[in-house]
Design a protein around this ligand. Structure first.
Ligand SMILES: C[S@@+](CC[C@H](N)C(=O)[O-])C[C@H]1O[C@@H](n2cnc3c(N)ncnc32)[C@H](O)[C@@H]1O
Length: 269
């Protein structure tokens, strides 16, 4: 791994410790049987019963284990040791069979053989990846002929904007990929307000075209691409949570920009 990925790995190890205590992840609720999966992936991916599912960038495995609760035969991968250790202990504690591997996604082929019915990844994964071309090849490598790749993820379009006071947002970042990552210094994360330390991590932006082309160039066929005007959490401070749990811009702005996309692609038989 290069210096950027090593810094990210260290940051995710710190975050895993805090995230398991966070309200956002509500680990106690999950242990008590509360669902972790959201309506988009549940309705679009459908019945996973009896299917083999590889979850890339699984963090500490709650979503992986949520798919196991629905009958999938699951394997989770993440490069944070603390995340994978917690995922393994949750699997044992909850008696939900799962295999977890701690590795950089780009080194996965050195560790894991086999092919899967479904490769799944979700919510906050792409900006940690410096190379989408290789990412697409790894996904294709792990799909059985006829197998499905499914992703639900932050839409790259809204990431261009920064929030301003009075419910305004302004374009401040490039929509397009640059090899040089953006350096982020933060005391908290999406799930925890303040860790007490300032962590450094690096992110890369990827356009929707890059996501699609990485999969097409790896030999997959795109079956759908959906875009949603709501988010899984408040991306700007003035967003409002609906009764359905999704976060939207205030009504006069709602629907102007996308916050999520989902995509399904298939490996030809
Ligand atoms: C935002 S989290 C995924 C969140 C997940 N959908 C959830 O809700 O728990 C991103 C995960 O990607 C992992 N990650 C980032 N870069 C990675 C890489 N190069 N290889 C493997 N895992 C990586 C991090 O350790 C982290 O657990």
């Amino acid at each position: 791994m290069n210096e950027y990925l090593q810094a990210n790995q260290q940051r995710w190890d710190e975050l895993a410790i805090e995230h398991q205590k966070s309200e956002f992840y509500d680990l106690a609720g999950f242990k008590a049987g509360k669902d972790r999966l959201r309506s988009i992936e549940l309705s679009e991916l459908g019945d996973v019963g009896g299917k083999s599912l590889l979850h890339l960038q699984c963090h500490f495995g709650m979503d992986t284990l949520a798919w196991a609760r629905r009958g999938a035969i699951v394997t989770g991968v993440d490069f944070s040791q603390n995340s994978i250790a917690l995922a393994q202990s949750l699997s044992e504690e909850l008696n939900l069979p799962a295999r977890f591997y701690c590795t950089d996604i780009y080194a996965l082929p050195d560790l894991l053989s086999g092919e899967f019915d479904i490769v799944f990844t979700s919510y906050g994964v792409l900006h940690g990846l410096p190379d989408l071309k290789r990412w697409g090849q790894i996904i294709a490598r792990y799909l059985k002929p006829g197998g499905i790749f499914y992703i639900v993820e932050d839409h790259p379009f809204f990431r261009v904007f920064r929030a301003k006071p009075e419910a305004e947002f302004k374009a401040e970042r490039s929509y397009f990929f640059s090899k040089e990552p953006q350096r982020i210094e933060a005391t908290g994360s999406y799930a925890t307000a303040n860790l007490g330390t300032t962590g450094v991590s690096y992110v890369w932006d990827h356009s929707l075209g890059d996501v699609i082309n990485s999969l097409v160039n790896a030999g997959l066929s795109i079956e759908f691409l959906h875009e949603y005007p709501f988010a899984a959490r408040a991306k700007f401070p003035f967003m409002e949570q609906g009764e359905d749990g999704w976060w939207r811009l205030p009504s006069q702005q709602h629907g102007t920009i996308p916050f999520l996309f989902s995509l399904q692609a298939r490996k030809p038989v």
